[in-house]
Design a protein around this ligand. Structure first.
Ligand code: SF4
Ligand code: FES
Length: 240
């Protein structure tokens, strides 16, 4: 240990040179809500759910480096209210109709909504009509559930070595594209066993013929909060 520390909500948290605030917090058992962060991949910084106050300024914990003596606020009403608003915006921007979605109970967006006590969408729904790609024999891509976290892009490029996905368009027209001449998944080398098929935090990339397999009560977030699940999973991934 280096002896360097930050404080998160008054708790002393040690960190190593090069750590982000998120990495130091996770190791110390402090949950910072997040969706686009996954410790297996380079931080992306798009969802802004991990916004914390660092020495009085808002920063993304997943990309902001820890430095000795930082005062970090994480679990405050103001920050959690903002995180709830961000989650509501993600819900209304897509078609997140949980009762008919096979990812329900195993979905990190839904679980973060529960964690933040999100009771409604608050904003008017956009009801987008983005192209569903069901061309692949084993994988379904439903862009209306995509939160543009880029985890599949990173997994396909950096782990699978296939570079199947990319983001295209600007602003509200941003969407996930498939890097094949036809633009269809069936014309890529993607397989259901690829990391990119496993990493989606929501119900946008689904392995076919496995929907609704797990009974209610046994799904990941039926029995535990996303805070405990994330800390356990991410500490073990970091080799703690
Ligand atoms: S398909 Fe899933 S993993 Fe890929 S960008 Fe959308 S939400 Fe993220
Ligand atoms: S988890 Fe930090 S911006 Fe998404």
């Amino acid at each position: 240990m280096s002896g360097m520390k930050i404080e998160i909500d008054g708790k002393a948290v040690p960190f190593e040179e090069g750590d982000t605030i998120m990495e130091a917090a996770t190791r110390a058992g402090v949950y910072i809500p997040h969706l686009c962060h996954n410790p297996e991949f380079t931080p992306h910084g798009s969802c802004k759910l991990c916004t914390v106050k660092v020495n009085g300024r808002n920063c993304s914990a997943c990309t902001f480096p820890a430095t000795d003596g930082q005062q970090v606020l994480n679990d405050t009403k103001e920050l959690n209210d903002t995180r709830r608003t961000i989650t509501q915006m993600l819900f209304v921007e897509g078609n997140h109709f949980c009762p008919s979605c096979e990812k329900s109970g195993n979905c990190q967006l839904q679980a973060v909504g529960y964690f933040l006590n999100m009771l409604d969408g608050h904003f008017p729904h956009f009801y987008p009509q983005r192209c569903v790609d069901a061309s692949h024999p084993d994988i379904l891509l439903d862009r209306d559930r995509c939160i543009l976290c880029e985890l599949c892009v990173r997994a396909s490029r950096d782990v699978d070595g296939k570079n199947v996905f990319g983001l295209s368009g600007r602003g509200i027209a941003s969407h996930l594209v498939v890097n094949s001449d036809s633009g269809l998944l069936k014309d890529t080398a993607m397989a259901a066993t690829d990391k990119a098929a496993q990493v989606c935090p929501v119900g946008a990339i689904i392995v076919k013929r496995h929907g609704f397999e797990v009974p209610i009560g046994k799904r990941i977030f039926d029995g535990q909060e996303i805070s405990d699940w994330s800390l356990e999973r991410e500490a073990s991934e970091a080799g703690e």
